[in-house]
Design a protein around this ligand. Structure first.
Ligand code: NI
Length: 169
């Protein structure tokens, strides 16, 4: 496994629409292993492949709390089958928009299908933090960042702050 570089805004790769994965191969599992290690090191709770410069429809996630055993999750070619009309706000952040947090309103429950680490088809319902995180990560697959849900002013401010942060590093 290896830690990969996480791209940050305004890197144009983050705006790319990711391609569907043809098959879950050992090569793809190696990518998912690297993504998980990169996410843990950051640290973060979710990461899309495009964030490490690989525009494929792949997400890793771990929502275990501090002190709990790791619970790695892998989502290949995820699709939303249903989303609730009820929405809920959540203060989101993103490894590609470091140190910026703001409230985004999303459906509070979704039903999704995807392929898991073994390449098996899974249908699952999500609510709470899981629903927030999977929708945030799936946005990445379509080139959408959480700041794209904010006002233009807030988005531009966020990008300016990240540029400053990167320059200072
Ligand atoms: Ni993100």
């Amino acid at each position: 496994m290896a830690i990969r570089e996480i791209l940050v805004v305004p890197n144009p790769v983050l705006k790319q629409v990711s391609e569907p994965v043809a098959a879950v191969t050992d090569e793809l599992r190696a990518l998912m292993d690297d993504m998980l290690e990169t996410m843990y090191a950051a640290p973060g709770i979710g990461l899309a492949a495009v964030q490490v410069g690989v525009p494929q429809r792949v997400i890793v996630m771990d929502l275990a709390r501090d002190g709990e055993e790791p619970q790695p999750r892998y989502y290949v070619n995820p699709e939303i089958l249903w989303a609730s009309e009820e929405t809920a706000p959540y203060e989101e952040g993103c490894l590609s928009v470091p140190e910026i947090y703001d409230e985004v309103e999303r459906p509070s429950q979704v039903k999704l299908k995807y392929l898991n680490y073994q390449g098996e088809a899974v249908v699952e319902e999500a609510e709470g933090l899981f629903a927030v995180c999977i929708q945030h990560e799936m946005d990445h697959l379509d080139g959408v960042l959480f700041i794209d849900h904010l006002s233009r002013l807030k988005r531009e401010q966020a990008i300016r702050k990240v540029k400053k942060l990167v320059k200072a590093a």
